[in-house]
Design a binder for this molecule. Structure first.
Ligand SMILES: Cc1ncc(COP(=O)(O)O)c(C=O)c1O
Length: 399
């Protein structure tokens, strides 16, 4: 072995960043200096005053005791798959061709992108959007093709921008609805417009609906696949957010559309599913109780989150230099910063000065020349108030 030997990582990892966790590295340094920290960066309800519903925990516990600890079928256990299918049908999704359970929605997204996209091809992804898509697309040596969400229209996807960005190598459109990081919820009209574009250009739609039950102000969620039963649409969901169990690592994919169009793609997904054996087996027993059991926790969660959302929007909009579109779902806001300079620097300075941890807008994508940050409004009211007071003070001293 030569002494200068270095293990050189693959180029495909060059573009992989995950701003939500990357910011924690600085936060930990600042925390070590004894500063009290206020973390508004991670979308994990169980870190705050939310708990996984008891009936999910009991079902999992029973599965462990019953020795359901071997491998499960690669697509998942039958009772879980039937429940997911039933739930999809209740949401109006017909013509379901395949359903599978994965290690969080993250794995379903990775499997479907891997089964579809070749090196050098591109995928339309929302900007701002969830950084996992960027990471997977980089890993596949494919190209991310970001399309903008329109801040002046409640962060709805800009259909003109999508049309303008499609080229011969575009394979799919990713939609995140409700959106992380903006909290927007797509209108029926917009979803129909998006489907029309996909049909015209033979693009598969990946509809990430992991927050579909977390909506405020009596907003209704429309499953994209419920609006067209013939065209290939893949819907992603899971227990992480609606069912307060991100660490359970249970998610799924639902493939719908005309069967013959999808045969080869479904086999490709299943080859990958088989090769990785299965998702966590005992945890799959939480799916049926989640989807078919009591849903009280959802109303309770929405009630708490509505108060926290309102406080977030009110307090942030009162700060000079910040404007915040009202989120309609999920538990994130994506306020705009009217500053000179860059949001990544602003976030670091804020963190060092106040201990408030938020994520810079550039970590999610945004229109060039604009600056934003993402806040998670899961913490209790007192914590949020204190964080927004500190952001206000910081802005007053740093323009
Ligand atoms: C839009 C979106 N999709 C997928 C995920 C990942 O979900 P899971 O925990 O089920 O892997 C997240 C997590 O924050 C998300 O915000």
């Amino acid at each position: 072995m030569k002494s200068e030997f270095q293990v050189v990582p693959a180029d495909r990892t060059d573009n992989i960043t995950y701003a939500v966790r990357d910011v924690v590295v600085l936060a930990e340094k600042v925390a070590k200096q004894g500063k009290e920290m206020l973390y508004l960066n991670i979308g994990d309800p169980n870190k705050y005053d939310f708990r996984t519903p008891d009936h999910l925990i009991e079902a999992t516990h029973k599965a462990l005791i019953d020795n359901q600890n071997g491998y499960s079928p690669s697509s998942g256990i039958k009772e879980g798959l039937d429940s997911i299918r039933g739930e999809a049908e209740r949401k109006g999704i017909k013509n379901i061709q395949d359903v599978f359970v994965t290690t969080g929605a993250s794995e379903a997204i990775e499997i479907c992108l891997s089964a579809l996209v070749n090196r050098g091809e591109n995928v339309l992804t929302p900007s701002p959007g969830y950084p996992l898509y960027t990471a997977i697309i980089s890993k596949l040596e494919a190209i991310e093709n970001p399309y903008y969400l329109d801040e002046s229209n409640g962060w709805q996807p800009d259909l003109q921008d999508i049309k303008a960005k499609i080229n011969d190598n575009t394979r799919a459109i990713v939609l995140i609805n409700p959106n992380n990081p903006t909290g927007s919820n797509c209108s029926r009209e917009l979803l129909l417009g998006l489907i029309e574009i996909a049909i015209e250009h033979d693009l598969v739609i990946f509809s990430d609906e992991i927050y579909d039950k977390l909506l405020f102000d009596s907003e209704k969620h429309i499953a994209t696949a419920s609006l067209n039963h013939d065209f290939p649409i893949i819907t992603f969901g899971g227990l992480s957010k609606n069912y307060l169990g991100p660490g359970l690592r249970i998610g799924w994919g639902i493939i719908s559309g005309n069967g013959p169009m999808l045969t080869d793609f479904i086999e490709a997904c299943n080859k990958i599913l088989r090769a990785r054996l299965c998702a966590n087996h005992p945890l799959q027993y939480a799916i049926k109780p989640a989807l078919e059991g009591p849903q009280d926790h959802i109303d309770a969660m929405i009630a708490k989150l509505t108060i926290r959302r309102d406080l977030t929007v009110d307090m942030l909009n009162k700060i000079e230099g910040i404007s915040c579109v009202v989120p309609k779902g999920a538990f994130y806001a994506f306020p705009r910063l009217h500053i000179n300079g860059e949001d990544s620097v602003w976030v670091q300075e804020l963190l060092k000065a106040t201990g408030v941890v938020v994520v810079h807008g550039s970590g999610f994508g945004q229109v060039p020349g604009t600056n934003h940050f993402r806040v998670v409004f899961l913490p209790q009211v007192e914590k949020l108030k204190s964080a927004y007071d500190q952001i206000g003070n910081f802005m007053a001293g740093n323009k």
